[in-house]
Design a protein around this ligand. Structure first.
Ligand SMILES: Cc1ncc(COP(=O)(O)O)c(C=O)c1O
Length: 325
């Protein structure tokens, strides 16, 4: 689905109309992939719209920029304020949030340092990534013939646009072969992650996910799921996952801002567990959705309310109704 093409985009501190949010074709990032970005979500909750782990996302943006020697004139609080300002300016209730820091227009050559560091924040509505059904029935994945970047080539922990050339190859191959998602191995042949999401397996009640050293992006959903798993007393291990562990797992699921928590029901046409969402996946999915939808107490302080005044007013109204009844 294309963009509606309306609304406001934050560009270097100014809110501009969607149609006017242009950069020059000679901008460095277009030729050399010199950009780092984030993907976060804002959800509608009973207390008003809330961003999920906005601080963690903006911190990762700063860290990705640091790896690529990009200095931008916003601190962590400034980044969060800019995102909230953009959501408010667009009066969005729920949205996907895409901040990007990039090397802009000045000269063209491999050295990015001669080009300015610019930034933008755009928002759009984005539903379930692998399809609404997939959240319940699971998706079909294949192990990609493309490996994830080798260590010390492109830094997987930095969410750089350049890494998504690799993700694009994994995703296109999976779709062309009739699957909805690809699972990449690292260059040592161990499981790394999906094209745009991290992966967990469940074996004998234990949750296992590949470590950072398996060329993964340190996902914020991955971290949230590890925390929720501990809350629910599921043992969690970060350890190297051999490819065959996927096929003999009791359950496999993807996690990410876009994919949220999506069960995987088959890999390379081998049925995983019972071939449907398993009980551990379901318990974690429920715990995750309850937090993001504001239906469970936010015990980890993961939600940032966008329209605080609105939330405050609603609370007052609720208290007044409660007092009158
Ligand atoms: C390659 C890759 N791995 C993992 C993730 C999951 O990260 P997060 O949970 O922070 O969205 C993403 C999503 O951005 C991704 O693109």
């Amino acid at each position: 689905m294309g963009f509606p093409g309306t609304g406001k985009i934050w560009m270097n501190g100014k809110l501009v109309e969607w149609k006017d949010a242009m950069i020059h074709i000679a901008s460095h990032l277009i030729h050399y992939g010199s950009a780092v970005f984030e993907g976060a979500r804002c959800y509608e909750t009973p207390r008003g719209s809330a961003c999920f782990r906005l601080d963690a996302h903006m911190r990762r943006l700063q860290q990705s920029a640091k790896v690529y020697r990009m200095d931008y004139s916003l601190d962590l609080a400034g980044w969060q304020a800019a995102v909230l300002e953009t959501i408010r300016a667009n009066a969005m209730k729920s949205c996907y949030i895409r901040p990007i820091v990039y090397r802009g227009y000045e000269t063209l050559g491999v050295n990015p340092m001669t080009c300015p560091v610019d930034a933008a924040i755009l928002l759009w509505e984005w539903g379930t990534y692998l399809g609404k059904d997939a959240l319940e029935v699971g998706c079909d994945a294949k192990v990609s013939s493309w490996a994830r970047m080798a260590p010390n080539t492109l830094p997987a922990m930095a969410k750089s646009s350049a890494n998504y050339a690799n993700s694009g190859l994994i995703k296109m191959e999976a779709l062309a072969d009739g699957y909805s998602e690809g699972i990449a191995l690292d260059v040592f042949g161990n499981v790394s992650e999906g094209s745009g999401q991290n992966i967990f397996i469940v074996r004998d009640g234990v949750l296992i996910t590949p470590p950072l050293a398996s060329s993964i992006l340190g996902g914020i959903t991955r971290d949230s799921i590890m925390t929720l798993a501990k809350d629910l007393s599921f043992p969690v291990q970060e350890s190297v996952v051999p490819r065959e562990a996927l096929y003999i797992a009791d359950e496999v699921f993807f996690v990410g801002t876009a994919a949220e928590v999506t069960p995987v029901r088959s890999i390379d046409k081998i049925t995983i567990g019972a071939g449907r969402r398993g009980p551990v996946t379901e318990a974690l999915q429920r715990a995750f959705f309850d937090v993001i939808n504001g239906e469970a107490p936010d015990t980890h302080g993961w939600l940032t309310y966008v329209y605080e005044e609105e939330a405050h007013l609603r609370n007052q109204q609720r208290t007044a109704v409660g007092a009158g009844s």
